[in-house]
Design a protein. Structure first.
Ligand code: NAP
Length: 450
C-alpha cells in the first residue's frame, strides 16, 4: 500500500537513523492495512501522519559526578508520543544502548499497548544512555537526581507519569521521586513502581511477568489447553523474567531457562527461583554464578551463541517467553522453536522477536502473543497505582491481582475478537494493532486537529 510505504520513506528522511523506530512503525502499519483500506476517515484526518510524530520530544543533558570526583555526562530523553486517551504513561530505560530511535520505538508501541488496556492513559517513554552496571548507590542517586532536575518540569500526575523499564527499578524510582518532591514540594503520583512503604501498589513489581503468563494461559485456554506440565523457555533475568518464572510455577508449568547479557542458564528440572532472586535482586551479579549453587544446571556463555541467534531458543520446549530486550529472537531462532514443537509464545519484552521471526510464528499458526498485548500488565497495574494514589487508597494484593487478570483477559479477547472481525482469527498482531489503533484514532478525530 503506497500510503504506508510513503509514510515510512518520509519518516526515514525526517527522522534519520532510527532503525528500531521504523521497524515498530512498519509492523503496526502493515497490520492496519485492512482498516485503513475500508475507512477513508483516517486518511482524511491524517491520523497516521500525526500518530508517527511524537507530540513532544524532550532531550537533555544529564551531568553528574562519579565517586572519583570526575564529571560525567549522559543524554536524557522523554518522548511524549500521544495523549489522546490520557496523560502520557510509559517507562524510563537506563541502558548504554539508549538513543532517540530506541525511545521512539518504545513510545510508539506504548500508545497501542496503553489503549489496549482499556484504561485512560496516553503513550510515552524515556530514559538515558546511562549504564547502571557497576555503579555505586551514591552514583545511581546522583544520576537520578540530575535526571529529574530537568525532567521534573515536564511531568506530573495528570500530565506525564513515568515508570521503570530496563535498568530502572524501585531504587531508581525512589531517588527520582525524592528529588521531584524536593523540587516541586508535591507528594503526588508522578511516578509509578514506587516502594510499598510510600505509595507503591501491591503487584506492580510482579505485574508484567504475571500478566504475560496470564496472557499465555488465555491463549492456551482458547484452544482447550492449559499451562500445567508445559516446559517453558524464559529469556532475561530481570524484573519481567523473574515474575514470569514465578507465575509459571504457580500455574503448574516448568520454566527451564533464564538469561542475561553474559549467557543462558539451562536447568532441566526447572530454574530455582530462590537462587535467581538472590543473584539478581539481592546480590545483583552475573548469571554464571547460578551453576555454583546448582552444578547440574548448564551455563551457555553468550560468546558460544550461534551466529544467527540466541542459544536460549535452541532448547526444546513447548512454550517461550522472551523477557529480555528487543530483537533477541531471530528468524533462525523462530524456525528452531517451531521445529522443536513449540505451541505458544508470549512476549514479556518489547519487540523481542524480529519482524521475520514474527512472520514464522504467524505462518505456523501457533499461539503468538505480541509484546504490546502480552506485556501490558505492567502499565495496567501502574495505572492502578495512579488510581490508588489519586484516591489516597491502598488495595490488597488479591484485589490488584484480580483486576490484573481481568485486564489481561480483556486484552486477549479484544485482540482475538478484532483479529476474527478482520478475517484472521489466529493473528493477534493484527488484532492488537487494529484494536489499539481504532481507539486512539477515533479519540484523535473527536479531539480535532491538535
Ligand atoms: P531489567 O529488570 O533491567 O532486566 C532486563 C534483563 O534483560 C536483564 O536480565 C538483562 O541482562 C537482560 N538484557 C537486557 N539487554 C540485553 C541484551 N542486549 N542482551 C541480553 N540480555 C539483555 O528490565 P525489565 O524491566 O525486566 O525489562 C525487560 C523487557 O521487558 C524490556 O524489553 C522492557 O521494555 C520490557 N517491559 C518491561 C516492563 C516492566 O514493567 N518492567 C513492562 C513492559 C515491558 P543484563 O543485566 O546482563 O543486561
Amino acid at each position: 500500500m503506497t500510503y504506508i510505504h510513503d509514510t515510512i520513506v518520509k519518516l526515514q528522511k525526517t527522522s534519520p537513523a532510527q532503525a528500531e523506530f521504523y521497524q515498530a512503525v512498519e509492523e503496526v502499519l502493515d497490520s492496519l492495512q485492512p482498516i485503513l483500506e475500508t475507512n477513508e476517515k483516517y486518511k482524511k484526518h491524517a491520523i497516521i501522519e500525526r500518530m508517527v510524530e511524537p507530540e513532544r520530544q524532550i532531550m537533555f543533558r544529564v551531568p553528574w559526578v562519579d565517586d572519583q570526583g570526575n564529571v560525567q555526562v549522559n543524554k536524557g530523553y522523554r518522548i511524549e508520543f500521544n495523549s489522546a486517551l490520557g496523560p502520557y504513561k510509559g517507562g524510563l530505560r537506563f541502558h548504554p544502548s539508549v538513543n532517540a530511535g530506541i525511545i521512539k520505538f518504545l513510545g510508539f508501541e506504548q500508545i497501542f499497548k496503553n489503549a489496549l488496556t482499556g484504561l485512560p492513559i496516553g503513550g510515552g517513554k524515556g530514559g538515558a544512555n546511562f549504564d547502571p552496571k557497576g555503579k555505586s548507590d551514591g552514583e545511581i542517586m546522583r544520576f537520578c537526581q540530575s535526571f529529574i532536575n530537568e525532567l521534573y518540569r515536564h511531568i506530573g500526575p495528570t500530565k506525564d507519569v513515568p515508570a521503570g523499564d530496563i535498568g530502572v527499578g524501585a531504587r531508581e524510582i525512589g531517588y527520582m521521586f525524592g528529588q521531584y518532591k524536593r523540587l516541586t514540594g508535591n507528594y503526588d503520583g508522578v511516578l509509578t513502581g514506587k516502594s510499598l512503604l510510600w505509595g507503591g501498589s501491591l503487584v506492580r513489581k510482579e505485574a508484567t511477568g504475571y500478566g504475560c503468563v496470564y496472557f499465555a494461559q488465555y491463549m492456551l485456554e482458547a484452544k482447550g489447553d492449559t499451562l500445567a506440565g508445559k516446559r517453558c523457555l524464559v529469556s532475561g533475568a530481570g524484573n519481567v523474567a523473574i515474575y514470569t518464572i514465578e507465575k509459571l510455577y504457580q500455574l503448574g508449568a516448568i520454566p527451564v531457562t533464564c538469561s542475561d547479557s553474559s549467557g543462558t542458564v539451562y536447568h532441566e528440572t526447572g530454574i530455582n527461583l530462590d537462587t535467581l532472586k538472590e543473584l539478581k535482586e539481592v546480590r545483583k551479579v552475573r548469571l554464571n554464578e547460578y551453576v555454583a549453587a546448582h552444578p547440574e544446571a548448564k551455563f551457555i556463555p553468550a560468546t558460544d551463541y550461534p551466529a544467527d541467534g540466541n542459544a536460549v531458543w535452541r532448547i526444546p520446549a513447548q512454550l517461550a517467553f522472551p523477557c529480555a530486550t528487543q530483537n533477541e529472537l531471530s528468524e533462525a531462532d523462530a524456525k528452531v522453536l517451531i521445529a522443536n514443537g513449540v505451541i505458544g509464545i508470549s512476549e514479556g519484552a518489547n519487540m523481542p522477536s524480529t519482524q521475520e521471526a514474527v512472520e514464522v510464528f504467524l505462518d505456523a499458526k501457533i499461539s503468538y502473543g505480541p509484546g504490546k498485548a502480552a506485556n501490558a500488565g505492567g502499565v495496567a497495574t501502574s495505572q492502578l497505582e495512579m488510581a490508588q494514589n489519586a484516591s489516597m487508597q491502598r488495595w490488597s494484593f488479591e484485589e490488584v491481582d484480580e483486576k490484573l487478570k481481568v485486564i489481561m483477559k480483556d486484552i486477549f479477547l479484544n485482540a482475538s475478537e478484532t483479529a476474527a472481525e478482520f478475517g484472521e482469527p489466529h493473528n493477534l498482531v493484527l488484532g492488537a494493532n487494529i484494536a489499539g489503533f481504532r481507539k486512539v484514532a477515533d479519540a484523535m478525530i473527536e479531539q480535532g486537529v491538535v
